[in-house]
Design a protein around this ligand. Structure first.
Ligand code: NAD
Ligand code: UDX
Length: 448
């Protein structure tokens, strides 16, 4: 087995960079891990008792490694670490472009390119540069070009090592990954990265491919997962019209070993920072390479998801007995404080625009940050318990599958007379809602 690298740096202390480096540092105590970010507030939070990312198990792992071989450092204070690093991970955001060529679809690589310029300027000797961010296929070419323009005589190898963790289960996914993927043509560099992961990942789970296959595999995996959600959500609408029950259909379909049971849960629509932007990136790549039929195929997965979110919002507005709506859950899934692309953003916006007042509760999402992303504050109030949100509400929209929403005591909720619970996750205790005399609509279930 090749020796472990001695020093690694990660640029980007976000939902991927922070947890991934914390796990590497914990599992490889001899490796010095430095995480850089240009956002000084985020770095201060990583060094505090209140981490910027909520993930089950993360605080414990950071607690064990931070100050030993794990450091979170503001970008400009990390130049020496960068100069000495054997391996530099780029783990910054790659959002959908909002202007210029490909706006609305293509991934915006400006953050990645800024990292490449920064590395080109400050790295010394030979450095392995690892794409941890999700990239369009052949993006490594662009990074190689930027790195090659350095004037310091430093040399570089670029590898692709996309991350497959899901938020809410990031630590489990990192500790016991289905696979780690390393793409690249430089066998020595690939072996160095393999050695790092082999500290805790069984070797048969460390897959190696060419660079372009690794880049595309990440987009492909997310596209397949999102496609399953859109497939089941499309059928949820048909269930509501026909009397079939989506949970039963999912269970039956999922018992086919060729299909499998995961990612067949009907919902208010998928959210998160990855699915939509990675699908759009794939659509753009297909269009760019002259494959309009393939582009249209994947675009439909996004379009169906938009439709699911808007039809849910309309259902909530129609069910409301007064203009006051309780929203339970702002995060895009349970066990995270992340609300990027959350269905809650679209549903709440639509409710506020139609003149409703929204009282929202989420156990982890910061209400002030949610309001600033929402862009509208009139009519929206974030409260600190579910009970406060429910008081006086004419309808309840359940948007996130937090465990505590499964066991709400509906009999004690001070809802308005005639109020209806609209469950976008299929998790509420149906018998308890009905016993409390409330109306109930569940995504993928026919009206009772
Ligand atoms: P994030 O927005 O949480 O974090 C990115 C961080 O990079 C931010 O803190 C930002 O300040 C920092 N940054 C940006 N440009 C910088 C620069 N030039 N120098 C220093 N710091 C800089 O993003 P994320 O959710 O961690 O995602 C990162 C990448 O990983 C994306 O490409 C994403 O698609 C991919 N990914 C995300 C997930 C996920 O679940 N969030 C999972 C797999 C892959
Ligand atoms: C996803 C991929 O799962 C992960 O491998 C990749 O690295 C990043 O993108 P993430 O977005 O964090 O992870 O969460 P995920 O569990 O995939 O859920 C995405 C969205 O789909 C959530 O809004 C979730 O609620 C929704 N979903 C998921 C469903 O609606 N139904 C399902 O059956 C599964």
């Amino acid at each position: 087995m090749d020796p472990l690298p001695e020093k690694i740096v990660c640029i980007g202390a976000g939902y991927v960079g922070g947890p991934t480096m914390a796990v590497i540092a914990e599992r490889c105590p001899t490796v010095e891990v430095t995480v850089l970010d240009q956002d000084a507030v985020r770095i201060a939070a990583w060094n505090s008792g209140h981490l910027p990312v909520f993930e089950p198990g993360l605080a414990e792992i950071v607690g064990r490694a931070r100050g030993r071989n794990l450091r979170f450092v503001e970008q400009q204070a990390g130049l020496a670490a960068l100069a000495e690093a054997d391996v530099v991970f780029i783990s910054v955001q790659t959002p959908t472009k909002t202007e210029g060529e490909g706006a609305g679809k293509a991934s915006d690589l400006r953050y990645v390119e800024a990292c490449a310029r920064f590395i080109a300027e400050h790295a010394r000797g030979h450095t392995i540069v690892v794409e941890k961010s999700t990239m369009p296929v052949r993006a490594a070419e662009r990074i190689q070009q930027v790195l090659a323009s350095n004037r310091t005589g430093a040399t570089f190898t670029v590898l692709s090592n996309p991350e497959f963790l899901a938020e809410g289960t990031a630590i489990r996914d990192l500790l016991q990954p289905d696979r780690v993927l390393i793409g690249g043509e430089d066998a020595a560099a690939v072996a160095t990265l393999q050695a790092l992961y082999a500290a805790w990942v069984p070797s048969e789970r460390i897959l190696t491919t060419g660079l372009w296959s690794a880049e595309l595999s990440k987009l492909a995996a997310n596209a397949f997962l999102a496609q399953r959600v859109s497939s089941i959500n499309s059928l949820s609408a048909l269930c509501e019209r026909t009397g079939a029950e989506i949970a039963e259909v999912s269970a039956v379909v999922g018992t086919d070993s060729r299909i499998g049971p995961k990612f067949l849960k009907a919902s208010v629509g998928f959210g998160g920072s990855c699915f939509r932007k990675d699908l759009l990136s794939l659509v753009y790549l297909c269009e760019h390479h002259g494959l309009p039929e393939v582009a249209a195929y994947w675009q439909q997965v996004v379009d169906l998801n938009e439709w699911q979110k808007s039809r849910f919002a309309a259902e909530v507005a129609a069910a409301a007995k007064n203009r006051r709506i309780a929203v339970l859950g702002l995060a895009f899934k349970k066990d995270t404080n992340d609300f990027r692309e959350s269905a809650a953003l679209q549903v709440v916006r639509s409710l506020l625009r139609s003149g409703c007042e929204v009282l929202a509760y989420d156990p982890q999402v910061d209400g002030a940050r949610f309001i600033s992303e929402l862009g509208i504050s009139a009519g929206f109030t974030a409260v600190s318990t579910a009970r406060q949100a429910l008081a006086g509400a004419g309808a309840v929209a359940v948007l996130t599958e937090w465990d505590e929403f499964r066991t709400l005591t509906w009999g004690e909720a001070a809802l308005a007379p005639g109020a209806t619970v609209v469950d976008g996750r299929g998790i509420v205790d149906r018998a308890a809602v009905r016993q409390a005399g409330r109306g109930l609509r569940v995504i993928g279930s026919p009206p009772a």
